[in-house]
Write a protein that binds this ligand. Structure first.
Ligand code: MN
Length: 291
């Protein structure tokens, strides 16, 4: 019998703020809640809860900006995002898709609503995570993993309870496609009403569940839509019961216990490395990308 993983808090969404003019996000961490020490290797969680964007001829989004020292992971639930970066990668993130971009030594990128979606307008729902890189990998070459929904590992739960689509790590022998630099488990879980799910995740891993849709009970505690369940580093077993049809994003990872120096789009280990990133950006070392 595995010991239940104890819940530290069920966190309601912080007030929303705009990122550029295309993303209306609840920043759960590092600024919404001071739980950064409890979420490593996940440094940032921006959750764009469902919002209706009106039709427009000029796509909304975020213009060209740099990143160094970490990875951005964008998960689309509703709506479509077009992405371009200075490493020459581009793509459209459709509902169910995951874009895992390793900024590493540095890229410029831009993120806009895809053109046809912009023209029609409609419901929009996304997650963006910043995943920290270990010190030894911060200056790795940029990399881009476009993971379609169908590429995820798929486990169908017994009794028609729902599905677990594995993005990273593995669940009951089903592997996810994402290559990661530190041990990470990331699952896209879809439960039918009254469906149940049992997870077993290492006690030492920092672990959270974002309720993307529906309402669930997690180890006996109610977790409504748009809430983030943060676990203690105690116990391993998570039992979920869906009160209605629900979508969950399960995040779990081995903490990176290294110093953090964060400034804007740079996530390094020391202030000197941040200064170097600013200098390198200023002298064009992140490449070229047209707005
Ligand atoms: Mn970005």
């Amino acid at each position: 019998m595995n010991t239940p993983k104890r819940i530290e808090a069920v966190l309601p969404p912080p007030p929303a703020n705009m990122v550029g003019d295309g993303f209306r996000v609840h920043n759960f961490f590092p600024n919404g809640y001071r739980i950064q020490r409890r979420t490593s290797p996940f440094f940032l969680l921006d959750y764009n809860s469902p919002v209706e964007f009106p039709a427009t001829d000029r796509p909304r989004g975020v213009g060209v900006h740099p990143h160094r020292g970490f990875e951005t992971v964008t998960i689309a639930y509703q709506g479509h995002v077009a992405h371009h970066d200075s490493a020459g990668n581009s793509g459209v993130i459709d509902p169910g898709d995951v874009q895992w971009m390793t900024a590493g030594s540095g890229v410029l990128h831009k993120e806009y609503h895809e053109e046809a979606f912009s023209r029609s307008g409609g419901p929009f729902q996304m997650v963006q995570l910043w995943v920290n890189l270990p010190a030894k990998d911060k200056m790795t070459a940029p990399r881009y993993q476009g993971i379609r929904h169908a590429d995820k590992g798929l486990l169908t739960l017994p009794d028609g309870a729902g599905t677990v689509h594995v993005i990273a790590g593995s669940h009951r022998g089903v592997q996810g496609p994402a290559h990661t630099f530190s041990p990470i488990e990331m699952y896209d879980v879809r439960l039918r009403a009254q469906g149940t799910l049992d997870l077993d995740l290492p006690a030492a891993y920092n672990t959270g569940i974002l309720v993307v849709q529906g309402a669930v009970t997690v180890n006996g505690e109610a977790a409504p839509a748009d809430h983030f369940v943060l676990f203690k580093n105690e116990g391993t077993a998570i039992h979920v019961e869906a009160g209605e049809e629900s979508i969950l994003l399960v995040l779990s990872g081995e903490p990176i216990n290294e110093p953090i120096a964060h400034y804007g789009p740079f996530l390094m280990n020391t202030p000197e490395q941040v200064q170097q990133a600013i200098a390198d950006f200023g002298t064009g070392k992140f490449g070229v990308l047209e707005d």
